[in-house]
Design a protein around this ligand. Sequence first.
Ligand code: SF4
Length: 190
Amino acid sequence: MKPKLLLHSCCAPCSIYVLKELAKNYQLSIFFYDPNIHPRLEYIKRRDEMKTYAKKIGLSFEEGEYDSKKWFVKTAGLENEPEKGKRCEVCFDIRLGETAKKASKEKYDLWTTVMSISPHKDVGQINCVANKLADKYKVKFLEANWKKNNGFKIGSQMGKEEGFYRQDYCGCVYSKLAREKIIQARKNED
Ligand code: SF4
């Protein structure tokens, strides 16, 4: 019997490669807990795509609460932090905290997240937050750097073949604004 693993997912394009790799050794369940995603319509779009894909490949999918107000309260004062900064650390703590709590309560053997596949994420920062949560909730975190071995590239190709929507910002309103600024600056240069 394969060990039971609870996998935190933020969207289908970041998850597709990770799911394929983990399914070789674990009995997977997907947990979509991402109250950082803004606006709500974007959240629904990412959630529905993940849910549909999970159904297609026969995996269990559960959604956490979209408690975005709590997310805004916890990240208050960190609006101007860059990606990989303090706001992201708090954001990981919120999302992974809920995942670790669920994994512990429902007696999973271990848990992890797909997020280290993104080239915009600091794997050391994710692991540091996650390992503290693993200690707190007494359930093992599976450390992984999904970017390795061309993971991001392979996952992007797999997502393209599935026809996934790929967002151009991480998720929160601050990352969306930062992205819009870059696009505007490029337009001004033309
Ligand atoms: S940039 Fe991404 S990881 Fe960082 S706070 Fe925003 S949504 Fe969370």
